[in-house]
Design a protein around this ligand. Structure first.
Ligand SMILES: Cc1cc2nc3c(=O)[nH]c(=O)nc-3n(C[C@H](O)[C@H](O)[C@H](O)COP(=O)(O)OP(=O)(O)OC[C@H]3O[C@@H](n4cnc5c(N)ncnc54)[C@H](O)[C@@H]3O)c2cc1C
Length: 276
């Protein structure tokens, strides 16, 4: 099956983002890499042609006016589009391409598992500019200081407290970890349930106890911020737990939900390596 050339939309996207990478990204790549700074102005202007921080949530229909492929055996057009686009953008600069696309990692589980109320909340938290005048970004917090590839060792906990959950733990290597307006954090809700007990929660930046931690100094991808995030008894309403029915009727699948999220977003990471 030809995954990347069977649709004229792909070549149009390839051309458009390829030109954007050459004309708008490469000239500022060295500056942001040296400074280890996010390209906020470029991120704002990229919204003009559909590279918004919530495009994953808005979906293909908003981008193209067409629903996604009805054939469940075929990889979704939106994922294939992200592969084509990521390859082009990474040619411009790996770090800037991640700054442009990083919020998609948080938007992806909300798009797939979120209720209408959760999607509205996510969009509301992402609307407008922050107090520095920057567009708002989101973070997906799964990895921990001692848990990377093997996410089954996750130690962040969520404990019930009336109609709320109390989240406690630390996350590591989180894109947009310091700057995010909204976080999707994964935590263990029931130790006895093991992998089945893992759930994702939508948490607004201003929630008491959410403490952005140290920003990492990296050898590469430096225009994309990577930081620790601490959850110090963060109270989250139960309505913000992902997988509680959802507009798609998709219930929570425990740790498998994180794998589905990665299945949908990791192909674009591979494409970035090709683009570089
Ligand atoms: C720039 C950057 C951005 C990131 N952004 C995010 C983010 O937004 N949110 C988030 O949650 N996480 C994020 N991460 C974390 C990322 O997902 C982890 O780095 C990744 O899961 C690997 O974990 P680790 O770094 O602990 O490496 P480890 O898991 O310790 O792996 C180290 C090495 O061992 C190998 N290895 C591991 N297990 C096995 C095994 N069983 N058999 C054989 N080899 C093995 C790996 O392939 C690797 O080469 C980011 C990381 C980076 C570098």
């Amino acid at each position: 099956m030809d995954l990347f050339h069977d649709n004229p939309m792909f070549s149009a996207v390839r051309q458009m983002l390829g030109a954007f990478a050459k004309q708008s990204m490469r000239p500022i790549a060295m500056k942001h890499d040296t400074e280890e700074s996010m390209p906020w102005e470029l991120m704002k202007s990229a919204q003009g042609f559909g590279l918004t921080q919530t495009s994953v949530l808005d979906g293909r229909k908003k981008l193209t006016g067409v629903e996604d492929d009805p054939d469940p055996k075929k990889p979704k057009t939106q994922i294939r589009l992200s592969v084509v686009g990521s390859e082009e953008l990474a040619f411009g600069c790996a770090g800037i391409s991640l700054a442009l696309a990083g919020s998609g990692l948080a938007a992806s589980p909300v798009a797939r598992m979120g209720t209408a109320e959760q999607k509205d909340e996510f969009r509301k938290l992402m609307a407008g500019l922050d107090d520095k005048g920057h567009i708002k970004v989101a973070a997906m917090a799964l990895s921990e200081p001692a848990t990377g590839s093997d996410i089954s060792g996750l130690t962040t906990t969520a404990r019930p407290d009336g109609d709320h959950w109390i989240i406690r733990g630390s996350k590591q290597w989180i894109k947009n970890g310091q700057s995010a307006a909204v976080y999707v954090v994964w935590a263990q809700t029931d130790d006895a349930a093991g992998r089945a007990g893992v759930r994702g929660f939508i948490v607004g930046r201003e929630t008491p106890g959410l403490v952005p931690g140290r920003k990492e100094t990296k050898l590469g991808i430096r225009a994309s911020e990577t930081a620790q995030v601490h959850f110090e008894d963060v109270r989250v309403h139960e309505d913000m737990m992902l997988g509680i029915g959802g507009s798609t009727g998709t219930g929570a699948g425990g740790l498998a939900d994180t794998k589905k999220m990665l299945d949908g977003t990791r192909p674009a990471v591979g494409a970035q390596a090709v683009g570089i």
